[in-house]
Design a protein around this ligand. Structure first.
Ligand SMILES: Cc1cc2nc3c(=O)[nH]c(=O)nc-3n(C[C@H](O)[C@H](O)[C@H](O)COP(=O)(O)OP(=O)(O)OC[C@H]3O[C@@H](n4cnc5c(N)ncnc54)[C@H](O)[C@@H]3O)c2cc1C
Length: 380
């Protein structure tokens, strides 16, 4: 029987970064993926690195996102060096354009909120915004510059992580799905792959939106997919340097000249169809933000599945089954949260004190919620 220190189910950004981290800690690691690793959400993503909360529910994640963003320069340097692959990491900040007549008041609120959370944000006038980003719409009333935010080409990063993990000794098994956790009593002995039991001291479920399909993992990783559609453009006359945002869209320039526009947020199960309305919504909002994009050539469009959890927070950490760990549910921030997730899993396995508080992301929180519902007789 094959035996490892650690088995990882899923080779997206999260699984491959964990694999690399564990291999660098001298563990014998095997990574299994249903298909070629890095072809799901980690491929479909926009790669924006922003810890700013999108809504009040996400405020509790800000310190976690900030900690991960702070790790990025070193993380990228390491991964690029180990893999020999450049990842298109851009550190020139992001600009959010405001269009409403009340932009000035909105601006003050946004900047105060960011500063209150310890995030850098500068209020800038429409003219200052267009001096930085000349393609911004003339309808822009004011803008927020977030100088610390960045972006990365998530597809290149996913390839680089897999390559670095491979070079670091991780066994990568593409086209082999983990069907089930191999559990004996309160211990996880490894995983079941194509009917074969594969033994490991630690089994880490990092299968993104598909994590709940692995038998035995569902109650710890009750994730569901949230569809996002994206469009990729090319426009020789565009001069966009930074990630641009409006209330309706983000526009992300890549080093290879592509300009990504996205993304829709849809509850459509595992469907990844690109729809006319999805493309329309993305292009309409992108052209409103940067009118020059009306002249762009549409190069590609795609959809991906964000792994969402019941409380929209990531699910990271050990379970009550010995040796079973979960790392999923990163929803809209999985690229941002890749370095910190890998670090925390590595620290747990190495029995080190976690460098960041992670209790609120525990896979056990759903058990507690179920228990409360049962005791109080609330409907489930
Ligand atoms: C349109 C869109 C835009 C986004 N934009 C951003 C952004 O700007 N910034 C940001 O930080 N985040 C963004 N995200 C979110 C981010 O992409 C995800 O949170 C992140 O990629 C999740 O990574 P993952 O490795 O957990 O999952 P995935 O990348 O989905 O990887 C899961 C892997 O598990 C494999 N798998 C599935 N089932 C099994 C099994 N049974 N056994 C073995 N392997 C299995 C899959 O094949 C896949 O390779 C976006 C997502 C989408 C869809």
């Amino acid at each position: 029987m094959k035996s490892y220190d650690a088995i990882i189910a899923g080779g997206g950004l999260i699984g491959s970064a964990i694999a690399l981290e564990l291999a660098r800690n001298d563990l014998r690691v095997a990574l299994f993926d249903t298909q070629d690793p890095g072809r799901e959400a980690s491929w479909a993503s926009a790669g924006i690195l922003s810890p700013a909360p999108e809504n009040p529910g996400m405020i509790s994640m800000v310190p976690f996102g900030k900690a991960s963003l702070a790790m990025y320069p070193e993380f990228i340097e390491l991964v690029e060096e180990l893999s020999g692959i450049q990842t298109g990491y851009r550190t020139n900040g992001t600009v959010e354009a405001l269009f409403s007549r009340h932009a000035r008041e909105e601006l003050n609120t946004i900047v105060a909120l960011h500063r209150g959370l310890g995030l850098k944000a500068e209020a800038i006038s429409a003219q200052e915004a267009r001096d930085l980003e000349p393609d911004l719409s003339e309808e822009t009333e004011a803008a927020v510059l977030r100088p610390d935010e960045a972006s990365v080409d998530n597809r290149l990063l996913a390839s680089a992580l897999i390559e670095a993990a491979n070079r670091g000794g991780v066994e990568i098994h593409a086209g082999k799905a983990v069907e089930a956790i191999w559990r004996e009593g309160s211990e996880c002995r490894g995983a079941v792959v194509r009917g074969e039991q594969i033994s490991a001291k630690y089994t880490i479920v990092a299968a993104g939106s598909f994590s709940a399909q692995i038998a035995g993992a569902q109650k710890y990783a009750p994730v569901r997919p949230v569809k996002g559609q994206m469009v990729s453009l090319r426009c020789d006359s565009a001069r966009i340097q930074r990630v641009l945002w409006s209330e309706r869209i983000y526009v992300v320039p890549r080093n290879d000249g592509r300009i990504l526009c996205g993304a829709t947020v849809e509850n459509a199960g595992f469907d990844k169809t690109v729809t006319a309305s999805g493309i329309h919504a993305n292009l309409d909002a992108a052209i409103e933000l940067a009118p020059i994009l009306a002249r762009a050539r549409v190069e590609d469009s795609w959809a991906g599945l964000r792994p969402d959890s019941p409380d929209h927070l990531p699910i990271i950490g050990p379970t009550d089954v010995g040796g079973l760990l979960i790392a999923t549910g990163h929803f809209r921030s999985g690229v941002l949260l890749t370095p910190i997730t890998a670090k925390l899993i590595g620290e747990f396995i190495a029995e080190k004190t976690p460098s960041v508080a992670w209790e609120k992301f525990s896979p056990m929180r759903f058990q507690a919620a179920n228990e409360t519902a049962r005791v109080s007789g609330a409907p489930r």
